[in-house]
Design a protein around this ligand. Structure first.
Ligand code: DGL
Length: 252
């Protein structure tokens, strides 16, 4: 069983990609929305939540855990790997594909404050900032929009434009989605950015990494029903994640 967690509904963007290539697995998704957003919380607090959620997912039978949250990956994954024998799959900031493909030499990163301060992101950034200029913005209000189920329309456009426009004004032709909530706003982001800008979501690559690790561990289900088997649990109101999950399951 694959355990997946996030501060709320964002990690469902990773679950969506995992279901495409690992359709026969059982999933348990934990939305820690009683404590959402994680973006402004201290690393210590997020580590505590990481432990509590991991204990819960393991108690449900999870063999492998996907930390489907960039902020929690930055704050907690090293601790979780040190404290538990299980495999943890984390989010990678997709700076590399953006930097290698940019034609303007400017890439934009949208993420939470916690992710932008994390050592993982800073290390990755350090590898590429001699080659491209890396402009960053916190996607202010993006997480709250997604948690309220507002994925498009005038309000979403106004909120997204405020953080995205400065990156476009700096000349970015690649926009890295450094928070798992943000892919749910992709239509709005692409409309504002226009066709010359490529939006990069690391979720498909994370799902492929999950597949590779499960293959190495020998825990892939070869047979069984390929229809989605997802248990959803939330620390707060499960309603918002339920609606988004239903949308994913109905469009897959
Ligand atoms: N979805 C999360 C991330 O990838 C966390 C957003 C938040 O709770 O601030 O960073």
């Amino acid at each position: 069983m694959i355990g997946i967690f996030d501060s709320g509904s964002g990690g469902l963007s990773v679950l969506r990609e995992a279901l495409k290539i690992l359709p026969r697995e059982k999933y348990v998704y934990f939305a820690d929305n009683a404590f959402c957003p994680y973006g402004e919380k201290t690393p210590g607090f997020i580590r505590e939540r990481g432990r509590a959620v991991t204990d819960f997912l393991l108690s449900q039978g999870a063999d492998i855990i996907v930390v489907a949250c960039n902020t929690a990956t930055a704050a907690a994954i090293a601790t979780l790997r040190a404290e538990y024998p299980n495999k943890f799959i984390g989010m990678e900031p997709a700076v590399k594909p953006a930097a290698l493909s940019s034609e303007t030499g400017v890439i934009g990163v949208l993420a939470t404050a916690g992710t932008l301060k994390g050592s993982k992101y800073l290390t990755t950034k350090g590898l590429y900032e001699d080659d491209v200029r890396i402009a960053e913005r916190v996607g202010k209000g993006f997480v709250e929009l997604v948690e309220r189920g507002i994925l498009d329309g005038p309000e979403a456009e106004e909120v997204v434009r405020e953080s995205l426009q400065p990156l476009l004004d700096e000349g970015a032709d690649r926009i890295v989605l450094g928070c798992t909530h943000y892919p749910f706003l992709r239509d709005v982001i692409e409309r504002i950015a226009g066709p010359a800008v490529q939006v990069i979501d690391p979720a498909p690559a994370v799902a492929r990494h999950l597949l590779d690790v499960m293959t190495e561990e020998g825990i892939i289900r070869e047979d069984g029903d390929p229809s989605p088997d997802v248990t959803l649990v939330a620390s707060g109101d499960p309603g918002p994640s339920r609606s988004l999950l239903d949308m994913i399951l109905n469009t897959n």
